[in-house]
Design a binder for this molecule. Structure first.
Ligand SMILES: Nc1nc2c(c(=O)[nH]1)N[C@H]1C(S)=C(S)[C@@H](COP(=O)(O)O)O[C@H]1N2
Ligand SMILES: [Mo]
Length: 252
């Protein structure tokens, strides 16, 4: 089993503190630390930031409530000036081991509770309406970064293939051994994208070429890269980290 390698290592004491903050946040508001940091706009980049989360907790009343009851619950968006450069890479392996995908025979397989099970090429996906957002990706390992992702709203795609929108889960299988899944309400959220672009260019290899899920209302590990198959299902699909004990919902 592979070990997670955080780009920024937290000291054991900071890690304990983070777990403690997480537990208290959850007891108090039902929010995960990922959701809280999205709300507070806190950058969980290093140990100091843990203090900021604690400080942000004191503001949670106004901000959280406004967001939770807004009905839309959009994740915060940022200006181009806020983009993180260089953008961090993360996976269960080193950057040198990023999968090499041959576009000439690349297809996305679709299965499960859908009317139209045809495979999709990248060109097919580019023909659907696109959307782009600048949002923050938050990794459970204690870092976050702001990036711009563009692509097809997953909702548009699911509607297009005649997916059963009352099904419980949408699952993703990747070209590496990664997999993950999300709940249907999150799949239909306006900011949830099948991302084809990173910034103004096609997704570079390390950031999920040729297709990744971008869900700004969930933690980083629920943003599978190198997607090869999409499944709509009522059977709990789990995920690579989820099956090793990470909270499946991990979002808002
Ligand atoms: N296929 C695949 N997708 C993945 C991962 C992975 O190991 N393989 N790691 C996840 C984790 S833990 C994070 S934080 C983000 C990192 O995305 P980035 O490399 O664009 O920063 O990708 C997620 N998606
Ligand atoms: Mo992550």
């Amino acid at each position: 089993m592979s070990e997670r390698k955080p780009p920024v290592k937290l000291e054991p004491a900071q890690r304990t503190q983070l777990v403690d903050v997480q537990r208290r946040l959850f007891l108090r508001s039902g929010l995960t630390i990922g959701a809280m940091s999205m709300l507070s706009g806190c950058n969980l980049e290093d140990g100091d930031q843990v203090d900021k989360v604690l400080w942000a907790m004191s503001r949670w009343n106004d901000k959280v409530q406004a967001w939770l009851f807004s009905g839309q619950r959009l994740a915060p968006v940022y200006s181009e000036a806020k983009l993180t450069r260089p953008f961090p890479f993360n996976a269960y392996y080193e950057e040198t081991d990023v999968p090499d995908i041959d576009l000439s025979d690349y297809r996305v397989e679709v299965s499960g509770l859908v009317r139209d099970k045809q495979n999709w090429t990248l060109e097919d996906l580019r023909r659907l309406p696109q959307r782009s957002d600048i949002t923050r990706l938050i990794c459970v390992e204690g870092w976050s970064a702001i990036g711009q992702w563009g692509g097809v709203p997953l909702r548009t795609f699911l509607e297009h293939i005649g997916a059963d929108l009352t099904a419980k889960y949408v699952a993703f299988k990747c070209a590496d051994r990664y997999y993950s899944s999300i709940d249907m309400p999150t799949a239909l959220h306006p900011q949830t994208l099948l991302a084809l672009d990173f910034g103004k260019v096609a997704l570079p290899p390390q950031y999920g070429y040729p297709l990744r899920l971008r869900v700004p209302t969930k933690l980083g590990f629920k943003n599978p890269k190198h997607i090869g198959a999409i499944v709509v299902t009522n059977e709990y699909p789990g995920g690579y980290w989820e099956d090793q004990g990470y909270n499946w919902f991990s979002g808002i």
